[in-house]
Design a protein around this ligand. Structure first.
Ligand code: FE
Length: 237
């Protein structure tokens, strides 16, 4: 028996993982980053083979890992976690530096950064586990790191489909399906792309939407603040 809600008790942080090969910069948001050994100092990441960045790391043999800070504008997670480098330039919007290894290292909204050379990799089916030896480790600020639990509970977001921790939302809700009937006026609405929840009691201050605004009264050009999906991608929770 597999109780999918048990997986939510596993604890993680949230990271931006980047690399570059032949001038092509790439990056994604992921929760699977952890120190493997202290001598030598190594970090492992689990990267979905469908991620554009996975192919870049396989070629460049190096990656950077930036630790997201607790309080941030969630659009950085939306851009890195729910959009592909194939479609948008993630490095245009957010501050980064070119690290010692010659790869991009995001510093925007991050509390620490690491640069690693890949010393080993394990094929895990859908994912590749890259083990990197740390060449650079640097603290950026004194902010606490973002935890995966806080990401779920505070920002009310789900894991992207490519995450090793992705669980079909229906498996978590016992087969609940989202209704499309627009009758109720005070319900939460969920973005089916990224899992962000619009709560009418809270509104969406980042888009000038005051508390107490029902979903139906949102302007037609309202976008998911996380993944920028249009209103039509929302379903009643
Ligand atoms: Fe979204």
């Amino acid at each position: 028996m597999i109780d999918f809600t048990s997986f939510q008790k596993l604890s993680y942080g949230l990271y931006l993982i980047c690399s570059e090969h032949n001038g092509t910069k790439s990056g994604y948001a992921g929760n699977t980053g952890f120190q493997v050994t202290s001598s030598p100092q190594t970090i492992a990441i689990s990267c979905n083979k469908d991620n554009f960045t996975c192919g870049i790391i396989e070629k460049s043999r190096k990656f950077s890992l930036s630790v997201l800070q607790l309080e941030l504008d969630v659009s950085i997670i939306g851009d890195f976690g729910f959009k592909s480098t194939r479609d948008i330039d993630k490095f245009e919007k957010y501050s980064y530096k070119t690290g010692k290894l010659g790869i991009p290292v995001i510093t925007d909204s991050c509390t620490a950064i690491f640069e690693c050379k890949v010393i080993n990799q394990v094929d895990c089916g859908t994912h590749i586990l890259f083990i990197g030896e740390i060449e650079v480790a640097e603290k950026i600020n004194d902010q606490p790191p973002l935890t995966y639990d806080y990401y779920h509970s505070h920002y009310k977001m789900l894991a992207p489909k490519n995450a090793p921790t992705y669980v079909d939302p229906e498996k978590l809700s016992g087969g609940r399906t989202y209704s499309t009937t627009p009758e109720t006026t005070n319900s939460d609405y969920v973005c089916i792309i990224c899992g962000y929840t619009y709560d009418p009691e809270v509104g969406e201050p980042s888009q000038g939407i005051p508390p107490g605004t029902p979903f139906e009264e949102l302007p037609e050009d309202f976008e998911c603040p996380v993944c920028k999906a249009a209103k039509e991608y929302f379903r009643e929770a």
